[in-house]
Design a protein around this ligand. Structure first.
Ligand code: FBP
Length: 560
């Protein structure tokens, strides 16, 4: 018998809220189709690659006047990619809808991510099994993984496993890369007349899987609130001791939504936004200059402490680094399979092999970095060919370079302060927290709605629940074709169809909010202390969504 914490016991009892149209029952829905869609870019190439699933309409559900019966269906579900709070509730919502539609329906969970469907590793869900995981964080119900589903052999194996279990639909819960897998699998299943549908669910704490129909990916709300709590606590510590500069790297592999949201929640002294760095073509040197200037100005008024928030993906957005990393990715795709590189006698030898293959200007940039960062840049790419930025200690790189700059300023008499820095990385801490009420409701709705899409025979669609700043009963449920979000990008040295990441918009209301206040926050300590996520208590504390969602939605509503 497992021992449960008091909060676990109370959260198991929470009944997530559903949009009104889903409350009347999964068999009482009517589907309304919009007009045909296009991919965000590279339309011809995407259409050619997704001949069977391209161009489908956006769909919305509304209550039907009568209810219909539903045939028996077996469904498989996969948790894919990085953990995000609420994944268990997506599965719970899917399970409840499926059983409501027909109690003979079965839900299978593939174990360990997409590899589960290839290797035929699965569990069958039951009430007792699901009930232990309702409203809990983590993906441990079936585990997750980052296997990329893209080869003919993988698809054939998946088909065999689905046939064996009588599965007619697969739900993939994942981020941009995982939903790219979902789109590829959906297309292959249609092309080969298998009759198996594929539906995606928008997951990622990074918040970069969004568009007009997907207002936010799940997990972003809880993760950013967790980081907000931690940053707030550190701000109080810094403001008490007044002796450290805290450099906090915040997760978010590429886009800076997480760092931006955490900054709006806490109002630190410095916040870097990768998209701004790229747009303004800020070199590493100019970033160091910008941060050093604030540190020096604060020291002049006796403040030798502060908080700097740095997005995890920063390094890939600094122009000279971006060029070097892109060149390095292509080289590593070859070197990872080259035994003379893999078995090189020392790290230094690896550095020189890499430098000899990089273009001259990129080799110069690579060579200028501290050995620690050079080594971290050589770490294995993820299965999608991305540098694993969570392993690159950008916060330490910045501290080292700023220290050196301050020593120079001290030597020429233009700085007289003390610089003592602490580094932090907040990432994994936020990915498995108990989902906030928002994420608990949103995820349950996404899963429930996914079964609605299956029931209407759709494939290659992403479950969509919108109007999220209104009460849950007013949320709008439906689906969007995955191909609508795709474009061509270079991965592992080759052009591939992928879901386009939604980066921070510099002309959007969220970044503008930071831009408008950052000088004030830099010098006058306007720290906010959000505290821990609250699950029970006044709605103004427990049910508020993120600043990002509120600002983006209020702009949309004004423009509507
Ligand atoms: P997803 O895009 O799969 O949701 O993962 C996002 C993320 O949490 C990033 O923020 C982070 O850089 C990365 O996963 C870390 O990956 P891993 O868990 O493999 O270390």
């Amino acid at each position: 018998m497992k021992t449960l914490s008091p909060l676990q016991i109370e959260r198991l009892k929470y009944q997530p809220k559903l949009p009104q149209c889903l409350q009347n029952g999964i068999n009482s829905l009517e589907m309304v189709e919009g007009s045909a869609t296009q991919s965000v870019r590279d339309q011809e190439q995407i259409q050619d690659l997704f001949k069977n699933t391209y161009g489908k309409p956006v769909v919305t559900f509304k209550n039907a006047s009568s209810s219909s019966s539903s045939e028996v269906k077996n469904v498989g579900v996969i948790l894919s990619g990085g953990q995000a709070p609420g994944g268990h509730n997506v599965i719970a919502g899917l399970y409840d809808a499926l059983k409501q539609a027909n109690s003979s329906n079965k839900l299978y969970g593939f174990l360990g991510g997409p590899s589960g469907i290839i290797d035929g590793k699965y569990v069958e869900f039951t009430d007792e099994f699901i009930d232990q995981y309702r409203n809990t964080g983590g993906f441990d119900i079936i585990g997750s993984g980052r296997t990329k589903l893209e080869t003919e052999e993988q698809f054939k194996k998946s088909l065999e496993v689905c046939k064996k279990l009588g599965i007619s639909a697969v739900v993939i819960i994942g981020g941009d890369d995982s939903n790219t897998n979902a789109a590829l699998l959906a297309e292959w299943f249609v092309k080969n007349n298998t009759g198996i549908q594929v539906i995606g669910c928008p997951k990622t704490i990074d918040g970069d899987l969004k568009n007009e129909q997907i207002e936010i990916s799940f997990g972003f709300d809880t993760a950013t609130k967790t980081y907000g709590e931690l940053i707030g606590n550190i701000q109080r510590d810094a403001n008490s001791a007044k002796k450290y500069w805290h450099f906090i790297k915040i997760m978010g592999r590429s886009a800076s939504h997480v760092a931006l949201e955490a900054a709006l929640q806490t109002q630190p002294n410095i916040t870097l936004i990768s998209e701004e760095v790229e747009e303004k073509k800020m070199s590493l040197d100019s970033i160091i200059g910008y941060m050093t200037d604030i540190i020096v100005r604060r020291a002049e008024i006796g403040k030798n402490f502060g908080i700097a928030v740095v997005p995890e993906g920063l390094i890939e957005f600094i122009p000279e680094m971006k060029s070097m990393i892109s060149n390095l990715n292509d080289i590593m795709a070859v070197l990872e399979k080259d035994s003379s590189f893999v078995n090189a006698s020392s790290v230094k030898e690896k550095f020189s092999i890499v430098e000899s293959r990089l273009e001259a200007s990129n080799a110069k940039v690579y060579n200028s970095l501290p050995a620690l960062i050079k080594e971290q840049l050589l770490a294995d790419r993820d299965p999608h060919g991305n540098v694993q930025v969570s392993k690159i200690e950008t916060e330490k790189l910045l501290i080292e370079m700023i220290s050196a700059r301050l020593s120079e300023l001290k030597a020429n008499g233009s700085y007289n302060g003390k610089f003592s820095a602490q580094s932090h990385f907040f990432g994994y801490e936020g990915r498995c927290a108990f989902p906030s009420n928002f994420d608990a409701d949103y995820c349950y709705s996404l899963g429930f709605n996914a079964f609605g899409l299956i029931n209407f025979g759709l494939t290659g669609y992403l479950s969509s629940v919108r109007n999220l700043t209104s009460p849950a009963s007013e949320w709008i449920a439906g689906g969007i074709p995955l191909t609508m979000m795709m474009n061509m990008e270079k991965r592992h040295g080759e052009m591939k169809p992928v879901i386009q990441k939604a980066l921070v918009k510099l002309d959007g209301p969220v970044f503008k909010q930071l831009e408008q206040h950052r000088e004030e926050w830099a010098m006058n300590d306007r720290y906010l202390f959000p505290g821990a996520i609250q699950y029970f208590g006044p709605s103004c504390v427990c049910d508020v969504t993120t600043c990002t969602l509120q600002l983006e939605r209020s702009k949309e509503l004004v423009n509507a």
